[in-house]
Design a protein around this ligand. Structure first.
Ligand code: NAP
Length: 259
């Protein structure tokens, strides 16, 4: 059993829906004070209200992680509202598809600015606060796409997700002197609201390619993030954990069917 995280202050960027909401829900259910950050305040407020109605302590803040001034304001707000910061979950990310031959420079920049620069800017803005915590933790949401696998249409996304892991390893060394750890969760196919429109057949096909025969739940990522944020994970830094139901394991279709 992990030491309680009750009363700890947590920021989850991209916390209004999808995986970020799942991460925020796991921390909120453990009694942490959670700030939900997204560009659209309505979504962030709705999520915070949902958690507060269940007895949690959550608030909302509007910020675009690709803008330094926004994430600096986010850091200031968490001090005003929750008295400081112990855990940053740098989760906000986008994944619009475009193949290389069609991709514009602006499309590349939007993805890399949000996913990779946004990770850097969020962390930079929060380091002064995390230095003051006795349990300073950074948990990045990367992906299997890029570091391990590929998918046509996502070169920019894959580069950003691999880039997060490269960034993480050096950040972990730089921030170790403050006892701040930096780790990453690498989700496989996770069932978010965004997949709802794809239909049952499509989802069943996706599930069939996964050894555990189901898509992940957002809370599966939240639980991995909670472990990295725990007191018990204090000696783990610069590491990543794949949470994919075994999706990246079969070396061929035959390996999957043979089982
Ligand atoms: P999602 O459901 O589309 O949610 C994205 C969240 O990020 C929303 O809260 C969104 O709110 C916020 N956001 C987007 N751009 C932002 C920005 N510039 N600044 C601040 N917030 C921003 O996405 P998801 O599927 O949960 O993905 C979340 C993370 O998990 C991403 O980093 C993604 O790469 C990673 N991931 C997802 C999967 C998967 O299967 N879903 C698999 C591997 C990795 P606003 O629109 O209001 O800003």
């Amino acid at each position: 059993m992990l030491t309680s995280i009750k009363g700890r202050s947590v920021i989850v960027t991209g916390g209004s829906k999808g995986i970020g909401k799942g991460i925020a829900r796991v921390f909120a259910a453990q009694g942490a004070k959670v700030m939900i950050v997204a560009r659209h305040i309505d979504g962030a407020e709705a999520t915070a209200a949902e958690f507060n109605a269940a007895g949690a302590t959550a608030c909302a803040f509007a910020a675009d992680v690709a803008k330094a001034s926004d994430v600096e304001a986010m850091a200031q707000a968490v001090v005003e509202r929750h008295g400081g910061l112990d855990i940053l979950c740098a989760n906000a990310g986008i994944f619009p598809a475009a193949k290389i031959e069609d991709m514009t420079e602006a499309q590349w920049d939007e993805v890399v600015d949000t996913n990779l620069k946004g990770t850097f800017l969020s962390i930079k803005a929060c380091v002064p606060l995390l230095k003051k915590s006795d349990q300073g933790r950074i948990v990045i949401t990367s992906s299997i796409t890029g570091p391990i696998t590929g998918f046509p249409g996502w070169t920019h996304y894959a580069a950003s997700k691999s880039g997060q892991l490269g960034f993480m390893r050096t950040a972990a060394i730089e921030l170790a002197k403050y006892a701040i750890t930096v780790n990453a969760v690498m989700p496989g196919n996770i069932k978010t609201e965004g997949l709802d429109g794809l239909g049952a057949d499509y989802l069943a096909t996706m599930a069939a390619s996964i050894p555990l025969k189901k898509l992940g739940a957002v809370e599966d990522i939240g639980n991995a993030a909670l472990f990295f944020a725990s007191r018990e994970a204090a000696y783990i830094t610069g590491q990543s954990i794949v949470v994919d139901g075994g999706q990246t394991l079969p070396e061929s279709l035959e390996a999957l069917e043979e089982a």
